[in-house]
Design a protein around this ligand. Structure first.
Ligand SMILES: [Zn+2]
Length: 724
């Protein structure tokens, strides 16, 4: 059962949101609060929600000379995709465009290449999405329309980083309201496409432009600028969507939302009007990127989409800090990325950059993608999710990601990855929760919420969290959570001071140079310290907000001290009354606040004590056992869903030397995973099928649950529970 006091929650929720009904089991769709809920009956399902696989050959300027259109369409049809992206562009035209400054692609030679691609796809029953790029144009456009382009602070036009003959267009200019709509309307007049998509816009970093229009805006990279950015994005989105709908009402416009937490649009806002979340998250993109980047993306989508379409673009080619656009990546890395896409509730989307593929230079990608997509096609019913099953929510603070200035080299991605790592270590079932979606009817399904250094929180958001706690919800927060308001202005004390019973006693303290970070002294036993024996000390963090003393602390701070020379390496003050954690229980609610930035310290040091401390704290916070448990050896990521046929438990096997760096080169199978799945009242299970192994396994009922064992997992396994 929930930690939340149900009757009080119902009363509050009913007062504010009359439609809310709270279910009996962790946000299953019957609860009406499920993340990812698919509304309506089959007849109401929009066309894009019926797509199970997407394919894209990204067309280069050279492709009209080398790409075999029939072979292209045959490949994607043979992989059973439901839709393909067809290039129109905006930088170069793949058809004879009449729009001024939409110059024909170099090797087009008068052909209607867009039309040929569209026809070949339609002939095979595939949906098509027109792909544009409104982000760049050429010198002749700059000469005729200097106002279309971004400028640096000296007034010079900004060029593309890799192709300096191209200039960056400004989203606040008439390029976006004159030129680009003209291209869209021309496409409408020529082709029957099902939707319109812009690549390359909005940009993955908030723009910094000094053109005449942008000089009227608040300074770039501030919350005030972000408001204007989101306003403009909404205006342009609605314009482009209306142009799409001029052709047919089922059509719509979507944009490239980038990957992870770094999206520049306010995702909560965008989730309301976007019919499809296109995550350009093609593979691990940093040297230190952990393997779970696609699953994390799925959780981001689930936080804002309410069950609408989401795709994660998987690059068949080499992604990472060094890229070769036309060379295929390792099959294992592609498969684990595609599997994460599926497990986290998104639609697999396989992407290859055309280039010389028409010449057959590297065709290894073909088999990797087709084999995987055809496997998914054999089990389509099980990818129709009704809602996630999770008892923990992790707040994703977009304002913190965009505007918080860490006082050190840690990135906010490291905070999120560190917490993610601990959640996987503890095999927890969790969702992300967007900071602008903290209404009780949304967060009421979670027994606990985690705030990983969510520094920027408005008074209203603090109040929403306070009400959640008053109704029995549990909270864990770290470091500077709530020290800033939504404008990135520092508060005198924590916005959540009263909730956690904490008060800041001064500015952030960090270690000096090579010094030891502070230690945490164990003052008394507590469940968050399970497994620590033979020690009074465990690691602290690199930085902390000093707190005023509290009664009966569990951990206290032993301040930072010299590491070298070792002669001086001892704590000058072995004991203080400064808390290193503050724990409270108020009714059903449990509260944990860590004043240190323990997540990135854990992430960078790899210290297992910090991981254990976080896992213990989350387990203590969540209280009652999770709705689904998966026990066994190995590093895995787990998703549980209510599906059309019943339920599904997805287990991704990350047990691999390359889980935290590089690429998977092969899989290392793990042994038996024992699953316990608590069923909602009135439901029973009639069959359990392993979709990757493609066979049934035995199961048995145990009280309100069903239990079964997955004998082993190589790359990925999905236990499909058929339910009556
Ligand atoms: Zn501008």
């Amino acid at each position: 059962m929930f930690t939340l006091d149900r009757r009080r929650f119902l009363k509050t929720a009913a007062a504010t949101v009359p439609m809310v009904r709270v279910g009996d089991s962790f946000g299953l769709s019957s609860a009406g609060v499920a993340a990812g809920a698919v509304p309506g009956t089959a007849a109401d399902v929009p066309w894009q929600k019926t797509l199970r696989r997407i394919g894209q050959t990204n067309i280069t300027e050279h492709d009209p000379a080398v790409l075999d259109v029939e072979a292209w369409a045959n490949y994607w049809a043979s992989a059973k995709v439901g839709a393909v992206f067809v290039s129109v562009t905006g930088i170069v035209a793949f058809y004879p465009s009449k729009v001024p400054f939409h110059r024909p692609a170099k090797y087009l030679n008068g052909r209607d290449f867009t039309g040929e691609l569209n026809d070949a796809a339609k002939k095979r029953g595939l949906r098509t999405i027109a792909r544009y790029s409104p982000d760049l144009n050429w010198g002749d456009a700059l000469a005729a329309h200097p106002e279309w382009f971004m400028r640096d602070e000296h007034g010079q036009p900004l060029v593309s980083a890799e192709a300096p003959e191209l200039f960056q267009t400004c989203m606040f200019s008439t390029y976006m309201t004159d030129y680009f709509p003209a291209v869209m309307r021309e496409v409408n007049s020529r082709y029957d496409v099902d939707a319109h998509y812009t690549n390359g816009w909005p940009s993955f970093a908030l723009p910094e432009c000094f053109c005449a229009q942008c000089r009227q805006l608040p300074p770039a990279k501030t919350p005030a600028y972000w408001d204007k950015f989101n306003e403009r994005l909404t205006t342009l989105w609605k314009l482009y969507d209306s142009i799409a709908k001029d052709k047919k009402p089922t059509s719509f416009y979507i944009c490239n939302m980038g990957g992870g937490f770094h999206a520049t649009p306010n995702l909560a806002q965008l989730g309301e009007y976007s019919q499809w979340f296109q995550a350009d998250n093609q593979g691990r993109n940093r040297q230190d990127a952990p393997v779970w980047g696609a699953a994390q993306q799925g959780r981001v989508c689930n936080a804002v989409l309410d069950g609408k379409m989401a795709t994660n673009v998987t690059g068949a080619y080499t992604t990472g800090p060094i890229r070769w656009r036309e060379v295929t990546k390792s099959p294992a890395e592609s498969v684990i990325w595609l599997s994460q896409t599926l497990a986290s509730g998104m639609v697999p989307y396989y992407h290859v950059v055309g280039g010389e593929n028409g010449l057959g230079e590297d065709l290894r990608w073909e088999k990797i993608g087709r084999d995987y997509l055809l496997w998914t096609a054999r089990h389509d019913a099980h990818w129709v999710n009704k809602g996630t099953i999770a008892n923990i929510g992790v707040v994703m603070g977009q304002r913190t990601q965009l505007f918080y200035q860490p006082q050190h080299d840690f990135s906010m991605q490291q905070y999120m990855d560190a917490v993610y790592s601990a959640l996987l270590d503890g095999r927890f079932l969790f969702d992300y929760v967007h900071e602008d979606r903290l209404q009780l009817e949304r967060i009421g399904k979670y027994a606990a919420l985690i705030l990983p250094n969510t520094a920027l929180l408005s008074d209203e958001q603090c109040q929403q969290l306070r009400e959640y706690v008053n109704l029995g919800g549990s909270l864990l927060a770290t470091f500077e959570t709530s020290m800033y308001n939504e404008r990135n202005e520092r508060r005198a004390d924590f916005g959540l001071a009263d909730v956690f019973g904490i008060h800041a006693a001064g500015p952030v303290i960090g270690r000096l140079g090579n010094a030891n970070p502070y230690l945490a002294r164990i003052e008394r036993p507590h469940p968050i310290l399970d497994g620590f024996s033979d020690t009074h000390w465990i690691p602290g963090a690199e930085f902390r907000v000093p707190l005023k003393p509290v009664d009966n602390p569990v951990l206290t701070v032993v301040p930072s001290y010299t590491a070298y020379p070792p002669e001086l390496s001892y704590p000058p003050a072995p004991r203080t009354d400064e808390p290193a954690v503050v724990l409270r229980e108020r009714g059903a609610s449990r509260l944990a606040y860590f004043p240190g930035d323990i997540e990135p310290t854990m992430w960078l040091s790899g210290h297992t004590d910090l991981s254990r401390l976080l896992v213990n704290a989350i387990r203590w916070l969540a209280g009652a056992p999770a709705p689904v448990s998966v026990e066994g050896k190995g590093l895995v990521e787990i998703f549980a869903w209510e599906t059309e046929p019943g339920f599904a438990v997805h287990v991704l096997n990350y047990t691999n030397p390359n889980a935290h760096h590089g690429w998977f080169s092969e899989f290392y199978p793990i042994g038996a995973q024992k699953v316990r799945f608590r069923l909602p009242a009135g439901r029973r299970v009639t069959r359990v099928e392993l979709l990757r192994a493609e066979r049934d396994i035995p199961f048995h009922a145990a009280g309100d649950s069903v239990e079964f064992t997955i004998p082993s997992v190589t790359d990925y396994e999905v236990a499909a529970l058929y339910s009556a």
